[in-house]
Design a protein around this ligand. Structure first.
Ligand code: HEM
Length: 132
């Protein structure tokens, strides 16, 4: 029987499974494999982020917009909506494989919304020169 995402431990399981898929993905894995050196601390940070997001625990103090704009710069502005679409498909797939419930739907909605915000900010940062 599947249950809902209830606590930090559930989020850890989710993020472990999700980033295992991400890293193995032929189209988008390289963005992560080439950027992230220490996966243990990255997963810890992402667990803080989602715990903060879902359970209102003040643990994450980063700036995801800045981080993703920088990743796009590092990869010569090759992050596009397709990349975000693939990321979101894997997020939905992993959530549905492991859990079910209200928080699953909240995690889907929040990631979709955040993906839109990140993509718009990436485009804005490129400016007019890179829009051709
Ligand atoms: C809706 C989608 C996404 C969400 C919610 C999300 C969330 C996050 C968060 C919270 C962090 C940690 C930021 C920090 O260091 O404080 C992060 C890091 C990162 N994200 Fe995303 N992300 C999303 C999509 C993507 C996509 C599509 C890419 C593809 C290029 C990506 C690549 C990365 C990389 C490479 C890092 C690590 C950067 C570094 O530490 O050098 N993310 N993401």
């Amino acid at each position: 029987m599947k249950h809902d995402v209830c606590n930090r431990n559930d989020l850890s399981l989710l993020l472990d499974a999700f980033y295992t898929k991400i890293r193995a993905n032929e189209e988008i894995g390289h963005f992560f494999n080439e950027s992230i050196q220490d996966w243990d601390s990255h997963l810890e940070k992402l667990t803080d982020f989602w715990e903060n997001n879902l359970f209102a625990v003040r643990k994450y103090y980063g700036n995801p917009i800045k981080v993703h704009v920088e990743v796009d710069e590092n990869f010569n502005h090759t992050i596009n909506p397709n990349v975000f679409g693939l990321w979101l498909n894997l997020w939905f797939e992993t959530l549905e494989e492991l859990f079910e419930g209200e928080n699953v739907e909240i995690l889907k909605r929040r990631a979709r919304k955040m993906g839109t915000v990140l993509m718009v900010n990436i485009f804005e940062n490129r400016g007019i020169v890179n829009q051709e």
